[in-house]
Design a binder for this molecule. Structure first.
Ligand SMILES: [Zn+2]
Length: 421
């Protein structure tokens, strides 16, 4: 994977002022400059030893291990990025956005990331959106507990953002009934949300092609400043072509496939990710990281999907989505899992998501919610929805009070590749 980690999109954008257009172009230029930095990180990842800070590189220099902060290590490459952001800040006629850009530019150069995160989370809604710099993707295996350089640049899609907020309201109203409080950290923090039409993915984002994120992942920061969900509406089209449609054609029978249009699956793919990201906000556990360690990401990601599907059940009850839409979400999640499992076998990339998919599929096979016939998957959606409750119960137990051994046993039981997967 040494090709440049850059993905450019050409979405239909709302009308922007001349000023906004100019700023947007500068942001895209800045974002592109992140790609070579991530590439450096990729080269290094193999030799990098563990260090206590996610923002340092540990290297052997003359036989000694030396920890160098990112902003020092990549200073040369970061300087032009910061300059672009400064330039955009000068041009922008939105004062708060300009200020946030300046704070971000400074953070890139001196490592004051916490201040930058706090500033962005305090920003009132604005039509232009950028995230740029090193981010810890808790659920990303390649640099587990390491921050990876990434950028996205987008324009807010207002209509979709409203829809996402509606989902959040329903989730908030119903989740207390659905969860065991236990060891969970009270989620009285602020969750912001937005849907972007995205122009650029750079660095890690171009590799993972996430269509939704909920950031930051650092619990302490979430408690202090809240978190923000971002969905990338049009990046989903990419996922459809590359992942969902091929898996759909391969693993489901022609008769079954007739029941779903491309548009059904496209919307479902976004919807399940939206609910997955919302669910993340309800799954912060005090001791999960220390107890489950490296096994946490896979379980945590699967839990978010499973809880997300349960929230979808609440949307169904409130007539916000239809049965067909709920079922389509299951189909796209299964397709995505099949895709990731096949990819993982080849590249070992995104293993946590692949493992989550394996567990889900095995659990559903065991419960008769999925059957296999000549390599095809035959789902029973009623059983699947019922089985979700059992699966979530187990997952939440593991996250809230499970030991690492409990997690090992669970993964041993359900995390095996079978002939189907
Ligand atoms: Zn996630």
């Amino acid at each position: 994977m040494s090709d440049l980690p850059l993905l450019e999109f050409n979405p239909k954008l709302p009308k922007l002022s001349k000023n906004e257009r100019k700023v947007l172009d500068l942001l895209v230029e800045a974002g592109k400059l992140i790609a070579p930095i991530y590439l450096e990180q990729e080269k290094q990842a193999k030799n990098d030893s563990f260090s206590s800070s996610p923002y340092t590189v540990v290297e052997k220099v003359k036989g000694k291990l030396v920890a160098t902060p990112y902003h020092v290590k990549y200073a040369k490459l970061l300087k032009p990025v910061a300059e672009k952001l400064e330039e955009a800040a000068k041009v922008s006629d939105n004062k708060q956005f300009a200020n946030a850009l300046k704070v971000q530019a400074k953070a890139l150069l001196d490592g004051t990331y916490e201040k930058a995160i706090a500033t962005w989370l305090k920003m009132p809604p604005y039509i232009l959106d950028i995230s740029i710099g090193p981010v810890v993707y808790f659920d990303e295996q390649l640099f587990f507990a390491k921050a990876s350089y990434q950028a996205w640049v987008g324009v807010i899609n207002e209509k979709r953002t409203k829809r996402l907020k509606l989902y959040e309201d329903v989730a908030l109203a119903t989740h207390r009934k659905a969860l065991i409080p236990g060891e969970r950290i009270e989620e009285n923090h602020l969750v912001k949300s937005k849907v972007d039409d995205v122009l650029l993915f750079s660095g890690l984002m171009a590799r993972t092609k996430f269509i939704g994120v909920n950031l930051p992942n650092d619990l302490q920061w979430v408690k202090k400043y809240g978190s923000e969900i971002t969905l990338f509406e049009n990046a989903n089209d990419f996922r459809m072509e590359e992942q969902i449609i091929p898996a759909f054609n391969k693993f489901f029978s022609p008769g079954f496939r007739q029941g779903f249009s491309r548009e059904d699956l496209r919307r479902a793919s976004l919807r399940y990710v939206a609910l997955h990201e919302i669910a993340h906000s309800y799954l912060y556990y005090k001791n999960a990281f220390t107890k489950l360690q490296d096994l946490l990401p896979a379980l945590y990601e699967l839990s978010a999907t499973v809880l997300g599907m349960r929230i979808a059940g609440s949307l169904l009850v409130k007539d916000i989505i239809t049965d067909k839409q709920l079922v389509s979400m299951f189909v796209t999640f299964i397709c995505r899992s099949f895709y990731l499992i096949e990819q993982y076998k080849k590249t070992k990339f995104m293993g946590n998501y692949a493992l989550g998919g394996v567990i889900f599929i095995n659990f559903m096979l065991e419960n008769g919610a999925l059957k296999q016939y000549k390599g095809l998957a035959i789902p029973n959606f009623v059983k699947m929805f019922v089985s979700l409750h059992d699966l979530f119960y187990i997952l939440e137990k593991l996250l809230s009070s499970g030991t690492r051994k409990d997690a090992v046993d669970f993964i041993k039981k359900y995390g095996k590749l079978t002939d189907m997967i």
